[in-house]
Design a protein around this ligand. Structure first.
Ligand code: KE4
Length: 432
């Protein structure tokens, strides 16, 4: 029998107090559970594939703090490395050998990256790469895709995914028209739409930026030929191709989606996994482009805590763990078992559903599909997703609290965890 009632008294108390202190009671909108209903649970601690909340309930975790916890939460080797690093200080604001070490690991791993700049979040990485692509091409317009999310900088808050989609925000007030007047959008997987934008804005487009595998509109994989087509179009029109691999980097493959699909962009953004749970972002790419970044070149970008020793240490240890032979094969195997199992159970319990996975990233939509873009994703039954999410939560499984997010596994998840998750899912879907 699957436990279906959890005590959340303390979570409710803490969250009620939080709402008086912080907007929505959270430090980031999607955590407020607005689109799935009910109150968020307040975490007390995390370890491996598991979460414990302040009421002592335990959950199998498929959010993994939105991607960084690919080695499992609080991996003992990461924690040990951080303890050692702490003794030498928490921030230098000066060069350190640790930055060289992580930079070399990133350059060795990611096909497009010849030089890299560390920042403190994916948002900062995307802000930096936007300024750089405009400076390098001396053009101002960019193309992004509906439902893709590249952090919360003004220029990207146009038909954005993640929390913007979750809350159904009409983009955001406070963003001046001028800031988004140079942001063009197209449906994901639609090469014809991209070609038309290039034709209409000939010689004005600095570049195309995308999540090569979308995680912020729910999980949407690129159609065959889409990424290759973008590579050709950007070459043809003298624009840059930028892969935002903040989510897919070191998750889809050790070298990211660009390694998996064999398409090399000009620039790449990273975050999440390369910080091993501490605040890190990065942007990197062709040496001739990156050499424009200050102080080597004129394109300004800076940050007090960029490259700090703790974040570098956590990132280095995380990538070392990911280099272990067989890591990605095991991530693929257990995630495929989970994703296929959820789909099978949905069908057996009479729910229209579609979804998929690539390596340690997966998604499920309550719609017959197929889902090729954000418009398709928005046809899914988000109310049903909310009931599914709550049912899973009450039975000890923690899924991303939005239809417009992806799910994440780690190499801490066991076969038993997957089996337990599928047992719970059958129970919930039978009662949806
Ligand atoms: P951050 O600024 O949140 O570190 O990164 C922004 C970002 C950029 N690009 C991609 C592809 C991303 O997925 C993200 C951030 N992802 C969301 C989850 N979908 C972060 C969670 C949140 O906003 O609370």
């Amino acid at each position: 029998m699957v436990n279906t009632t959890i005590k959340t008294t303390k979570s409710q108390e803490v969250f009620a107090a939080a709402q008086n202190l912080m907007p929505g009671g959270v430090s980031s909108p999607v955590r407020a559970f607005k689109s799935v209903g009910g109150q968020p649970i307040v975490f007390d601690r995390v370890k491996g594939a598991y979460i414990w909340d302040v009421d002592g309930n335990k959950y199998i975790d498929y959010v993994g703090t939105w991607g960084p916890a690919i080695c499992g939460h609080a991996h003992p080797e990461v924690i040990a490395a951080l303890h050692e690093a702490l003794e030498k200080g928490t921030s230098f604001g000066a060069p350190s050998v640790l930055e060289n070490v992580l930079a070399e690991m990133v350059i060795d791993a990611v096909p497009s990256i010849e030089m890299v700049r560390f920042v403190n979040s994916g948002t900062e990485a995307c802000m930096g790469v936007l300024r750089l692509m405009r400076a390098f091409t001396n053009r101002e317009k960019i193309i992004k895709f509906e439902g893709c999310y590249h952090g919360h900088a003004d220029a990207f808050l146009v038909k954005a995914g993640s929390g913007v989609a979750t809350l159904g925000l009409p983009d955001s007030p406070g963003v001046p028209k001028l800031a988004t007047s140079t942001t063009l959008t197209a449906p994901f997987n639609d090469l014809e739409a991209v070609k038309a934008l290039f034709e209409e804005n000939r010689d004005e487009i600095a570049g195309v930026i995308l999540e090569p595998v979308v995680g912020n509109a729910g999980f949407i994989a690129p159609d065959a030929g889409f990424l290759e087509g973008l590579r050709e179009l950007t070459h043809e029109y003298g624009a840059l191709l930028v892969f935002d691999e903040v989510m897919t980097g070191f998750r889809i493959a050790y070298g990211g989606a660009q390694e998996k699909f064999g398409v090399t962009p000009d620039l790449t953004t990273l975050g999440k996994v390369i910080g091993g749970g501490l605040p890190v972002g990065a942007y990197g790419g062709r040496r001739d482009i990156m050499s424009m970044v200050a102080p080597a070149g004129p394109v300004y970008q800076a940050g007090t805590l960029s490259g700090n020793p703790l974040a570098m240490t956590a990132g280095i240890k995380t990538l070392e763990l990911l280099q272990k032979p067989g890591t990605y094969e095991s991530l693929e195997r257990i995630t495929k078992k989970l994703a296929d199992g959820l789909l099978q159970i949905a069908k057996e319990t009479g729910h229209a559903a579609c979804g998929g996975q690539i390596s340690a990233m997966f998604g499920l939509f309550f719609t017959a599909g197929p889902v090729h873009n954000y418009e398709d994703a928005k046809k899914s039954d988000t109310a049903k997703f909310g009931r599914f999410h709550r049912g899973m939560l009450e039975r000890g499984v923690y899924l991303a609290p939005s239809q417009f997010e992806a799910g994440f596994t780690s190499f801490a998840h066991t076969e038993e965890d997957i089996e337990q998750t599928l047992t719970v899912a059958r129970d919930v879907m039978s009662s949806l």
